[in-house]
Design a protein around this ligand. Structure first.
Ligand SMILES: Nc1nc2c(ncn2[C@@H]2O[C@H](COP(=O)(O)OP(=O)(O)OP(=O)(O)O)[C@@H](O)[C@H]2O)c(=O)[nH]1
Ligand SMILES: [Mg+2]
Length: 323
């Protein structure tokens, strides 16, 4: 590993915040050598607990994240926060609001906040989250919170990097449950009804309970449904207790370790195969020739790509596992 990477990795290990910030950026940008650096980080990490916080826009995820963090810090934990910057039309400009809201936390030495754009992540959003979690873990964070809006597929996927997922609901959204049902409801380990200072929280909690009793829940216990008010700081202690009750061995984790490793490997392969293939197709002129053929009505994209794939991936190269 070259010197610059080595210095950053050592800096992270020693708890240097500037090295932490720089290492995250360089890894996010997939600068040459990032894999070697991450390989080092991988063996330094593994002890942090990772919680995902998701829900519809404006549900109070950031306020809740701040309150949870405050209590965790009171209890002596060092906390990392990954705020997925929702560059979606739903909550454009939310980052500034989040920043202001979380500003008080910035001054706490044991809190590190990192925002992540949903677009332009070279390694994919979920992998980027995994990488950042690990770097924060290696840095010494006990707990990493990932806040993401439960709207787009990418945002939903990101919570796969978490050990446990909280889905935040609020009263007064009418068919609120329906609105985010697809894909989001199923991933919850804990349901949080926030804004319980407003009327209707009991009904939402009852709806969730009814939905859970109807679903074919695969685990032994039904996930807890907690009512809180992040704004008036009600019920957050109980929520933190539930979060911390997650066994360290991850035995109640949504996805078992084997599945998680498999998913991560495939996501790394996916990006790399695409990146390399694209580079080759562009460099050897295949892409422009193929485009010309389609333009000239001399072929169609389906057949051209199918033929290319067959020759490209049929060279029988043996895959090896490096010891
Ligand atoms: N009444 C009430 N308002 C709350 C509560 N929690 C948050 N809010 C308000 O709800 C609004 C949205 O809160 P955020 O924390 O920004 O919500 P968010 O889910 O992070 O929003 P996005 O990141 O934009 O999706 C803010 O005006 C908060 O003050 C609560 O418990 N009760
Ligand atoms: Mg937010």
């Amino acid at each position: 590993m070259d010197n610059a990477w080595e210095k950053l990795v050592q800096g992270v290990k020693a708890g240097d915040v500037r090295c932490l910030a720089r290492l995250i950026s360089r890894v996010e940008n997939r600068e040459p050598g990032w894999e070697t650096a991450m390989s080092r980080i991988y063996f330094m990490a593994g002890s942090a607990r990772v919680f995902g916080i998701t829900g519809s826009p404006g549900a109070g995820k950031s306020t809740l994240t701040s309150e949870i963090t405050r209590l965790l810090v009171d209890r002596g934990y060092s906390v990392g926060i990954i705020a997925v910057d929702p560059s979606s039309p739903f909550s454009g400009g939310a980052l500034l609001g989040d920043r202001l809201r979380m500003k008080a936390l910035f001054t706490l030495e044991s809190v590190y906040i990192r925002s992540m754009a949903t677009r332009g992540m070279l390694g994919g959003l979920c992998q980027a989250a995994r990488d950042v979690v690990r770097i924060m873990d290696a840095f010494g964070k006990d707990i990493v919170l990932i806040e993401t809006v439960g709207v787009g597929q990418d945002e939903i996927e990101i919570v796969r990097a978490a050990d446990r997922v909280m889905v935040v609901m609020i009263p007064g959204q009418g068919d609120g449950i329906q609105a985010i049902k697809a894909g989001v409801m199923e991933i919850a380990d804990i349901y949080v009804v926030n804004k319980a200072d407003k009327p209707g929280a009991d009904e939402v909690a009852a709806d969730i309970g009814a939905m859970l009793s109807l679903s074919e829940w695969q685990h032994d216990e039904l996930p807890p449904v907690l009512q809180v008010s992040a704004l008036s700081r009600q019920g957050i202690e109980a929520l933190v207790d539930v979060l911390l009750a997650v066994p360290a061995d991850g035995s109640r984790q949504r996805l078992n370790k084997e599945t998680r490793i498999k998913e991560e490997m495939l996501s790394l392969v996916e990006r790399e195969v695409f990146r390399r293939t694209r580079k080759e197709l562009e460099q050897d002129g295949w892409l422009s020739q193929a485009v010309d053929r389609v333009l000239d009505n001399a072929g169609d994209p389906y057949t051209i790509v199918k033929q290319m794939m067959e020759t490209h991936f049929n060279q029988g190269t043996r895959k090896t596992i490096v010891e």
